[in-house]
Write a protein that binds this ligand. Structure first.
Ligand code: GLA
Length: 398
């Protein structure tokens, strides 16, 4: 039996949230929703000014909002069954779920946007701690809701930037822009190729006969925060050293593989390997986009395999369970398979022929359970739309 979690029906969720809001706050909310994401290729490249290619997934966070009139922000998480009263002037980090919302309220206030005089109720079905960006989906849905409750509008890219700032400066995680950007800009049936320097992007259609199957190793990526910041620092060190001979570069995005090889001798071996991963991954993302557009799925799959191998050996952010999933996925006939997200646990993303997906899932789950004693959760998803207001109309189309 395959553990296959499917997102709950969206219309039922919005209706349940609306009722819950009305009972608690005796007013009618507007409802917004923002998805989590899966990254197809381009890992740890966003903070190196490089390219990424994620897709929004069918799991997300819903935010119900209505104005108050006493100058306080009441935030309720139905997942945690907790309520916080926050004043964005004096908001402090608490080290829990509410930081992602308070952080957004603080950044909105600094930008002179949104309102902090509101009731906000959140519920989400993005698996937590699985590397599928539940936090970005909370930030973006809360951000959209608070801007709307303030009677304003905000361009998607600005919203993504502001939510990234909330995570960097308030929550204290030095993440790049990828997660917030795809949560706000995703498009059903498409992956998004993003240049993380210029923030220019291109939506690339995914073939209808290819399924995205996400396999959760069930290993929580707890190590991730410290190691993530360490990798960032190592990339920065690489840039500083390379700048001595390549003064024109600003980030690893500006370095070619050839240049890196030329200056290999200047870099400590570990820093060289980190740089080799990032520089080669940037090239892979662009090649992957080309292959996908040309319908060369085999080539796309090879690039995913190379990406995983370099994440494992050069960047050292994989773990035994992720490596096992990738190798079982390849044995079970995946078109492509690699770890996705920050690493050290979390999920593997697989591209699989739609017609073969059931068999693939059973085989992958069986082999993984036999090898590790853990049942992986499998999520089969389509590329979904980015953040939007939930109305009777959008629910009908969902
Ligand atoms: C996390 C961060 C992203 C990105 C990925 C790795 O998800 O939030 O900005 O760096 O890790 O690709």
């Amino acid at each position: 039996m395959v553990e296959s979690a499917t997102p709950a029906p969206k219309a039922a969720i919005a209706e349940g949230l609306r009722r819950e809001f009305e009972v608690r706050f005796k007013s009618q909310p507007r409802i917004f929703r923002a998805p989590g994401r899966v990254n197809l290729i381009g890992e740890h490249t966003d903070y190196n000014d490089g390219w990424v290619m994620p897709a929004a997934i069918e799991f997300g966070t819903w935010a119900a909002v209505a104005p108050r009139s006493d100058g306080t922000l009441h935030i309720v998480s139905l997942n945690f069954n907790e309520e916080r009263v926050v004043s964005p002037e004096g908001a402090e980090r608490r080290g829990d779920w509410s930081d992602y919302v308070s952080g957004v309220a603080v950044m909105l206030r600094r930008a002179g946007l949104g309102t902090a005089d509101a009731n906000l109720v959140l519920w989400g079905d993005v698996p937590l701690g699985a590397g599928l960006s539940s936090s970005a989906s909370v930030e973006i849905s809360a951000g959209l809701a608070l801007v709307a409750a303030g009677g304003q509008q905000l361009a998607r890219t600005e919203l993504a930037r502001l939510c990234q700032r909330a995570e960097n400066d308030f929550v204290g995680a030095r993440c790049g822009i990828m997660d917030q950007f795809i949560s706000s800009h995703g498009r059903a049936g498409h992956a998004l190729l993003l240049d993380c320097r210029s923030l220019e992007y291109e939506l690339i259609p995914l073939p209808a006969d290819v399924a995205i199957v996400i396999a959760n190793s069930m290993v929580k990526h707890e190590l991730a925060a410290g190691e993530y910041n360490a990798r960032r620092a190592e990339c920065e060190e690489g840039v500083l050293i390379l700048q001595r001979s390549l003064p024109g570069i600003r980030a690893l995005r500006d370095v070619s593989l050839q240049q890196l090889e030329q200056h290999r001798g200047d870099l400590p071996p570990k820093i060289y390997r980190r740089c080799r991963y990032v520089v080669s991954e940037n090239a892979r993302v662009l090649e992957f986009a080309r292959a996908l557009k040309a319908g060369e799925l085999r080539r796309a799959g090879e690039l995913m395999a190379e990406s995983h191998a370099s994440l494992r050996d050069d960047y050292e952010v994989s773990c035994r369970e992720l490596d096992l999933l990738v190798s079982f996925a390849s044995e079970a006939g995946a078109i492509g398979s690699r770890m996705t997200g920050g690493g050290f646990g979390g999920c593997v993303v697989n591209l699989v022929a739609q017609a073969d997906a059931e068999r693939f899932q059973s085989e992958l789950a069986r082999n993984y359970e036999q090898a590790t004693g853990m049942k992986p959760e499998l999520y089969r998803t389509r590329a979904a739309d980015g953040a939007h207001e939930v109305t009777a109309r959008s629910e009908k189309n969902a």
